[in-house]
Design a protein around this ligand. Structure first.
Ligand SMILES: [Zn+2]
Ligand SMILES: [Zn+2]
Length: 397
């Protein structure tokens, strides 16, 4: 069977859960396997206000070297087209950050791995919330394709028997919403090959994803489909042919694009949407404070508001300490392991670096909370009682 000779879903060691190899090792594999156009799309970094997540993503301080490394390889390898991108989650609090990333690279893929504050485990309503978030994300014009729109199905075996029917119906509704939105905006959806090599089969005898529930709907709606290897280790690129055939065997007939480039084939409608989004989106600080202020009860007085902010400060301090303790423990475990010295050192250095980063990011978020506390203290004589809260709610909500 004919194979698409592109792949725009590929990670690097910087995300902390991919092989610790140089970027060039991936590129050489792509070249040796006859790919003509590829993109590196590592997991996006958190903002400077969030505690880092060294098991899932690079830190924002690694952004420059990531872009530089891929650009250098691109310059040195003219026989293959190389794009630079990111795989990103969406929420409005990240909007400004996502615009910054988008303007520095060739394309963004939406990989919605989680939704803030919502647990996907044993949650039959999760697919509906997921669909809403994905559709909202697509409407921003930020994203050029959707990675694994069926990602959350990997939690499906946690749904209790009595909710299974509701869950399946919600999944169908979810995929219909996503497919219709993607079709309207001419955004391709991805057939993700990440799980194919793990041969992890779930109770319904299918892979965690890609799943027939999504692709039966995509097939009917006629969505454009792209194939994504989602490489976290260069050797999977050698297995591309097998993985592709294996996955296609179980899926309905799909409208696969055989010639795809997210940069050149970007729809004008998306640019228009993106420009509007970029003009209107507020910064992280705004949405961060908005979320807090929204939850403060209307009858709270100034002292009660201050108490809420101070509580958040101590929670933040606790999560920082928890993260650092975990990292220290992990360093101990690695030290006592039988890994070879080079791997040990690489892993330990990364954990040590992230201890420093955690301190730094903690300070930034703490600063946001302190600024608010200072503002409230300054105004608490001027606006006594609930007037201050009213002013805050007026401004932020
Ligand atoms: Zn992903
Ligand atoms: Zn990925």
């Amino acid at each position: 069977m004919k194979l698409p000779n592109y792949n725009y879903h590929s990670h690097t060691y910087r995300c902390g859960h991919a092989a610790f190899v140089g970027d060039l090792e991936y590129i050489n594999k792509y070249i040796n396997n006859g790919f003509e156009s590829i993109g590196i799309s590592d997991h996006m970094p958190n903002t400077k206000y969030q505690l880092p997540d060294e098991r899932s993503r690079m830190d924002i301080k690694h952004l420059k070297t990531y872009l530089k490394s891929i650009k250098r390889i691109k310059k040195q390898n003219k026989n293959i087209n190389i794009l630079i991108g990111f795989e990103c989650e969406y929420s409005n609090i990240l909007g400004k950050h996502l615009c910054m990333l988008k303007d520095k690279c060739d394309y963004l893929i939406l990989g919605q791995h989680y939704i803030d504050d919502i647990n996907p485990i044993s949650n039959a309503e999760y697919p509906l919330i997921y669909a809403k978030t994905v559709c909202e994300a697509l409407d921003t014009g930020l994203f050029d394709y959707i990675a694994h729109p069926d990602y959350f199905l990997k939690f499906r075996d946690t749904i209790k028997e009595e909710y299974k029917e509701t869950y399946i119906n919600n999944c169908k509704k979810c995929f219909k919403m996503i497919c219709l939105k993607a079709k309207k905006l001419d955004i391709p959806i991805e057939i993700n090959l990440n799980f194919i090599n793990n041969i992890k089969i779930m109770k319904d005898n299918e892979y965690p994803y890609p799943h027939s529930l999504l692709f039966n709907i995509a097939s009917k709606i006629g969505n454009k489909c792209v194939v994504g290897i989602d490489a976290h280790i260069p050797s999977v690129i050698d297995k591309y042919n097998d993985s592709f055939n294996k996955v296609l065997r179980d899926l309905p007939k799909l409208n696969i694009i055989y010639d795809y480039n997210p940069k050149n084939q970007r729809n004008k409608l998306l640019d228009k949407k993106y420009n509007i989004f970029k003009k209107n989106i507020k910064n992280f600080e705004h949405y961060f404070l908005k979320k807090i202020i929204k939850k403060i009860p209307y009858n709270s007085n100034n002292e009660e508001i201050l108490k809420i902010f101070n509580k958040l400060k101590s929670n933040l301090l606790n999560s920082k300490n928890k993260t650092i303790n975990r990292l220290l423990k992990e360093i101990d475990t690695i030290n006592n392991s039988i890994l070879d010295l080079k791997d040990k050192n690489n892993m330990i250095n990364r954990k040590k670096e992230f201890i420093k980063i955690t301190e730094k990011r903690y300070k930034e978020q703490n600063k946001l909370l302190n600024n608010m506390i200072n503002k409230i203290n300054k105004n608490k004589d001027k606006y006594n009682g609930q007037k201050l809260l009213k002013k805050l709610k007026e401004y932020y909500l």
